[in-house]
Design a protein around this ligand. Sequence first.
Ligand code: DGJ
Length: 733
Amino acid sequence: MSILFESKNRIFKLDTQDTTYVIQINPYNRICHLYYGAKISEFENLFQIYNFKNFSTPPSTTGELNSVSHDQLMQEYSGANTGDFRSTAIAIQTTNGAYAADYRYTSYKITNDTPSLTSLPCAFRADNPEVQTLEIHSIDPSTQTECILYYTVFPECNTIVRSVKLKNNGLKPVIIQKIFSAQLDLPDHHYDFINFFGSWGRERHPDRTPLHHGSQNVASLRGSSSHQNNPAIILAQPTTTETRGDAYGFVLAYSSNFIANVECDQSNSSRVLLGINPEMFAWNLTPGEEFETPQAFLTFSNQGLGQMSRNFHDFMRNHWISPRWSAVERPILINNWEATTFHFDAEKILNIAKSAAKLGIEMFVLDDGWFGHRDDDKSSLGDWFVYSKKISDMGKLVEQINALGLKFGLWFEPEMISEDSELYKTHPDWVLEIPGRKRSICRTQYMLDMSREDVIEYLFNSMAALLKNINIEYVKWDMNRNLTEVFSKILPANQQGEIFHRNVLGVYQLYSRLLQELPDLLIEGCASGGGRFDAGILRYSPQIWCSDDSDAIERLEIQGGTSFFYPPSSMGAHVSACPNHQTFRKCPFQTRGDVAFAGTFGYELDPGILSEDEQNQIKQQIKNYHQYHDLVANGDYFRLTNIFEHPNLEAWQFVRKDKSESIATVILRRNHPAHSPFILKLQGLNPKTLYAITTPSETIKLYGDTLMNAGIVLYDLPTYDHASLVLLLKKCK
Ligand code: DGJ
């Protein structure tokens, strides 16, 4: 049993393999937080440890004692404007204009299932009998709105998934001004705030700063989770490393405006709030209606950041990413974007496909420019019919590509519309814009109002028409601008605060409908590279293009940063042309392959113009991909170097779950003359197992404890800039 209820003290104890989470209902029916951290057995007396430090005189409507100040109590989901002066998780506005929320416990339910959200992505049980859900019900008496907190415990991956449902059981409408997915109150503040920031081509670089008094947050108001901030944060002790110390991880499964806020208060406690960004959000909840929040994933490890990441990787691979693809070997693809951009025709495409087929590549992906009359980025978005000047017969081209032994994939940017398009001529009203205000243009395109059912219907029909009639087995779903002038022409004034959220619900709905119709379709998410790399999209797209920056050295931070939350098997990573299109850097072909190998793996170049040596390397890389796919996609991932310090040596390792096999990759960013030999300490091996380690020049045998504690000298690492080295480890019989 992963969830226990102790009725005398009204305590809930949620256990995963290595963690415990404790909640208590206090005498005033407030839902209090008692503990989250490493596993403990005792819990009945925890309230004596934590809720002792109240010293201010608290406002109270229920005669609560000073010793339980609402303002200093650790709570599970605190309401606004009733005496908790910190940032709170929920605020409701009633018909008389008042803002308040004071939810008191009414009942609970424990089920052996996962909650199913109606319009948002949600985790699944995967037949694991240990997965359980706790529902805590509470009521705000003055509005008669009911707030249900959900906690689903996934014991084997040390993850708790939280979300909230608000039901209007009253007789009057209310406006939800904010409604977070999760609140976590921690009794201390000695943490570093770790977040992943960036820009186009530079996504998810790590930042680590000590928590200070007041609030610290990362957020998006771009209508996507964004290149700039990822909806995921970590709180770690200042001394926490990859292998030691406490780390709390938080991920929000949401692809639009979010905020992850940590407030350190007068009592030196820390409050984490994670959810839909309340800015430009207001949701009308009429009597009888319900609102559900996105899910948030929480994990804890006292063995450092590495184990925290592995908890999330296991959770996402087992209970989040579609089982149709999660553990499955994905086709090695070649994408024509960097080879041709908009300048191609059927003959050019077929030639690239022919040279790819000779090398063993398995799927050809036709990127932007195949539809409407699109010769550049100025037209045709929304016109999802084939551009006959470039491709006279798409069905025939796909058949020819299939005949070469390659699958076929196609690029779409469903959420967008160009002014120069057939769609715009018939439906100018479908554009997101505010009447009477100039609308912003970006990459010569506008955003469709995805909150409209007729827009979703049109997109579904036009995409499905192609996908069902032609053998298209993969879709690259792009999104190349942020949302501005967000206003829907068909909703009344008092519902305009719903449009950002309704937009992303429309996106999720379109994904779901396409996948229901075409369950074997592989969709790769993308947003100008990695502008929407989040768990929301990952529920539909088992892989997401990590960044438009495909330079192997730049990818060290991008993929390394992404790996803190998301499994390598979800990271779109390709070997691309040299010099690199974004950085103009020249990286050895082997290094480009070794870095892409730590992702979904594919190519972004014209193989026909490569040297014979490079073509032979492709053949070998493909052989390696097949041989080691299971280890990379389904094994444990270890960051061997400290990404926060940008070391000259970057290394990571995959270890098979049974510890019988491993691959370690080392990249030398810049060669320095006369340096002493590098020593690499491995991780995750069985200390008592003898491993055969194969390097390019030799095979040696060492025990796991030697490799992890003493390390191995990297004599074989070549001494030039951007060199790479792969070590293969196999348990000796
Ligand atoms: C942005 C994507 O990230 C690229 O890979 C490519 O598909 C272009 N869009 C096409 O416009």
